[in-house]
Every structure is written in C-alpha cells, then in structure tokens.
Design a protein around this ligand. Structure first.
Ligand code: NI
Length: 139
C-alpha cells in the first residue's frame, strides 16, 4: 500500500450507526477505515468491469442436474469454445443427480460476461453466479 491519506466524511447519524454494525459483523481485526477501503475497492472493481476491454478474473459457480437434456455436453461445449479464457474447472458430483461446477475465468470483461451468460442461461442450470475480482494492481 502506498502512503495513507486521511479524509473526512460527513454522514447521517443513522447511516453511520448501521455502518458501524456492519463493521462489527465483519469481526475483530477490522475497523471503519478498513471497511471503507474494501467498499471502495469493490466499487472500483465494478467500474473496471464496465470497461469491456479491461481484463478481469473471476469464478463462475453453477449447480445443475446432469440428467437434464444433455446439459453436461452443452456446458462442456461452451467451455471448449472459450478455452482461452477458461483457466480451470472443478466438477463435484453433489448427489445422484446434481453437479456443482466452479470455473475460473480470465479475459476481457465483455467476453467473461458472455461466457457466464451462456453457461448460466443454459436451460437446466438451477443456480449460478459470476463473481469477478482483481489483483488490485491498478486500484
Ligand atoms: Ni457430476
């Protein structure tokens, strides 16, 4: 981290009370400053994400029934199409029918979003989410 700079923030009392509760829920070893820094980084990651050319890394998590209409095959075929962006994939057989797959993706944000939309939008995927992150190098 580079040199720290202090700045003041004016805030509604009730909002600050709720923020302090949020900070307390995060547990010991954290404080207002740390919480504000994390929230700012999150916001900047979201902004970076909007710039479709910038590179992002993330995970796509999905749960699906592999018996449902050739789902495994369809999901695999999407992943093979984007082999450049898909870093790794872990498949867990949750029970006799359901599978959990976590895929690590890295690439242009627009492409990563397309991959996530295609996978999560495939009929039969019960639940899923794309979580993006950053190395923080540019933040
Ligand atoms: Ni499975």
């Amino acid at each position: 981290m580079s040199e720290l700079t202090r700045f003041g923030v004016a805030m509604d009392k009730d909002l600050l009370r709720q923020f302090d509760e949020y900070v307390a829920r995060r547990g010991t070893g954290t404080n207002r400053s740390e919480a504000v820094r994390d929230l700012i980084r999150d916001a900047l990651v979201d902004t970076e994400w909007e710039a479709s050319e910038s590179e992002i890394v993330g995970t796509i998590t999905m749960v699906f029934d592999h018996h449902a209409n050739d789902l495994s095959e369809k999901l695999d075929s999407i992943q093979h199409r984007y082999f450049n962006e898909i870093v790794s994939a872990t498949h867990v057989h949750l029970d006799a029918h359901n599978c959990l797959e976590v895929i690590i993706v890295r690439g242009a944000s627009a492409t990563v979003r397309t991959i996530a939309d295609m996978l999560l939008g495939t009929k039969g995927v019960k639940h899923g989410r794309l979580v993006t992150t950053t190395t923080g190098a540019s933040l």
